[in-house]
Design a binder for this molecule. Structure first.
Ligand code: HEC
Length: 131
């Protein structure tokens, strides 16, 4: 009887923990990032070009050329690759995308040292918004 109880307990714990640690975890974005305003204009073509070249250099290998999450490296990563073209992602505020893109977490690398210009970073956001 005790064994069966332990088994149920272990199964219950597993369900609870995997619920907490699943890969669809919402991002915990600090308020100071959430409220950041994108100082660039989405219509600025030069900025979008800068964004594209940085995206192709740093992001495409995992996120794929169109943002579907089907880049070359996607298969080597444990975390499922998110799709950057969904409506849910599109409607997220730019500050959240900034945090996800440049601070990152787990398998999403930090890019603060690789993309240092604040303006360039926002151009990358404009570019992914247009994917
Ligand atoms: C090494 C592979 C890799 C590279 C390179 C990479 N990413 Fe990611 N990215 C990921 C993974 C994996 C996740 C999901 C992380 C998670 O949910 O914990 C992610 C998540 C994101 C998200 C959040 C999307 C969502 O809806 O959850 C954004 C935005 C993002 N990446 C932007 C970028 C940008 C911009 C670059 C380039 C500057 C980049 N990524 C480079 C692997 C990568």
């Amino acid at each position: 009887m005790k064994k069966i109880f332990a088994l149920f307990l272990a199964a219950g714990l597993f369900v609870i923990l995997s619920g907490f640690y699943n890969d669809g975890d919402p991002w915990d974005v600090p308020a100071k990032y959430k409220s950041m305003k994108n100082p660039t204009s989405a219509d600025d073509g030069d900025c979008k070009d800068v964004g594209k070249s940085l995206y192709d250099k740093h992001c495409k290998s995992c996120h794929g050329s169109e943002g579907f999450g089907d880049g070359k490296k996607a298969g080597e990563i444990d975390t499922p690759m998110p799709d950057l073209t969904t409506d849910d992602f599109k409607k997220e505020v730019d500050g959240v995308k900034y945090y996800q893109s440049f601070i990152g977490r787990k398998d999403m690398p930090n890019f603060e040292k690789k993309i240092t210009s604040e303006e360039d970073r926002w151009c990358v956001i404009n570019y992914i918004n247009a994917l």
